[in-house]
Design a protein around this ligand. Sequence first.
Ligand code: DGL
Length: 273
Amino acid sequence: MQRKKFIGIFDSGFGGLDIMRGITKALPDYDFIYLGDTARVPYGTRSKETIYQFTKEAVDFLFGKNCELVIFACNTASSDALRLIQKKHVPENHKNKKVLGVLIPAAEVAYEVSKNKKIGVMATASTVASKSFARELKKIDPEIKIYQQACPLLVPLVEAGEQNSEITETALRKYLKPLLAKKIDTLILGCTHYGILERKIKKIAGKEMKIVSESKIIGRKLKDYLVRHPEIEKKIAKNKRRTFYSTDLTDNFQKLGSKFFGAKIEVKKASLK
Ligand code: DGL
C-alpha cells in the first residue's frame, strides 16, 4: 500500500511559519512538513538565478520527504522561481507533483476587496523587481493600478525581534508614505514577515485600508484548492503531524519560529544540494 503523503511548506526562513499557522488552522487534520532555508536567508536581496537554484533544491528536498504538494510561503521564491519550477523542474523531476505559490491567491483577494482598484504592494526588493504581483493583478483586470514598494529594512527588523519598536514604526511610515500618496484602498503584505506587522501597518495606513495578509488567506485558498482537486487531497495523510526542518539550527529559529507559528516547535536539520 502506498505511504500517505504530506503537504510541504517552503520558505527562505522562518517567516513562512506565520503562513503555516494560517494553513494549519484552516486544515488542522492534514500532515505537514515545513522547510526553512535559514542558512541562506534572506532571498529577497539575491538574484533571480540564485533564488531559482536555492528554491529548486528545497523542492527536491520536500518531494524527497514524500510531499505530494508543495506550497511556497516565500513571496520571493513565488515571484522569482515558481513559474520555471512549475514548467520545467517539476515535470522533468517530480512528475505529477504540484507546486503552488502565494501571489495569485493574494492578488485575487486584493481584487475582490478593492473598490477603487488602486492596490499597493509591500515586498522585498527582489519581489518588487520581478513585478510579479503587478503581472498577476493585471491578468485579473488590466485596469487595476498597482503601486509597489520595496521594504528592505523590514525583514532584518522582524528577525531582530524589533517588530514593536520605534525604529520599525519609522521604517513603516517611510515605506507607506508613497503608497498612501497614491490613494490606494488595498494593501498586499507581499512578504512572509509582514503579517506580524499588520496591526502597526493598519495603524499608520488607517482603518479604512483593506489589508491583504497572506497568513489569513492562504489556508482558505488551499482548502478550496483541495476541494477542487480530490485526486491530490485523497493522497494526503490526516494524522495532524507537523515536522519542521531548517538548513541551519539556531536558537533564533527555535525561539522566533515558535513565535511565528504560535506554538512551540521542534526543528530538525535539513541538508540541501
Ligand atoms: N520569505 C521572504 C519573502 O516572503 C522574506 C525573507 C527573505 O528575504 O528571504 O519574500
